[in-house]
Design a protein around this ligand. Sequence first.
Ligand code: FMN
Length: 183
Amino acid sequence: MRVDFGCKAWLFPEPVLMIGTYDECGTPNLMNAAWGGMYDYELIQISLSEHKTTANLRLKKAFTLSFATKKTLVESDYFGIESGNKVNKIERTGFHAFKAPNVDAPMFSEYPLTMECTVERFTEEGNLIGRIVNISADESILTDGKIDPMKLEALVFDPFNHKYLVAKEAVGTAFKDGMKFKK
Ligand SMILES: Cc1cc2nc3c(=O)[nH]c(=O)nc-3n(C[C@H](O)[C@H](O)[C@H](O)COP(=O)(O)O)c2cc1C
């Protein structure tokens, strides 16, 4: 017996992406975005409504994309429920912004894994297509030089229940475990 839920925006798992931008005064801002993912090899896409972030993206043509973590859960959620048009969210939370080395956008010490991106274009539907210029990680989340999800503790958005989960358990090896059935 299966239960129907109709048409919902229920891709799962969804990442919890933090978009970092500067406004015209160079004030850093962050917003939370769960409707995003890879668009092509070097391109990411995010479904965006009109926000301070959207205006900043049009202005600066650059942004950073950090992965929200268990440690930053409360602040990361806050960045998704208040607008930078009303308040300086970075000052309010005490987050530490610094300029990204490769794009005109802020990075944040509190987020250990960040993509630096340029705005490639907006689609007709208003979705952001961004080009990944560089990815950098704090040493604290590396094991043997590789990004370690156990240390990163990235948040996953659960759209069914509006909860944040943590991506932490390795249960298999991609491109390998299925070999069992390959002749
Ligand atoms: C879990 C979560 C996911 C969100 N995902 C998106 C999204 O994918 N696209 C979007 O336009 N807004 C999304 N939002 C809403 C924005 O983050 C929110 O409107 C924010 O206040 C915009 O900030 P800004 O005006 O400072 O740019 C999300 C909010 C939360 C809490």
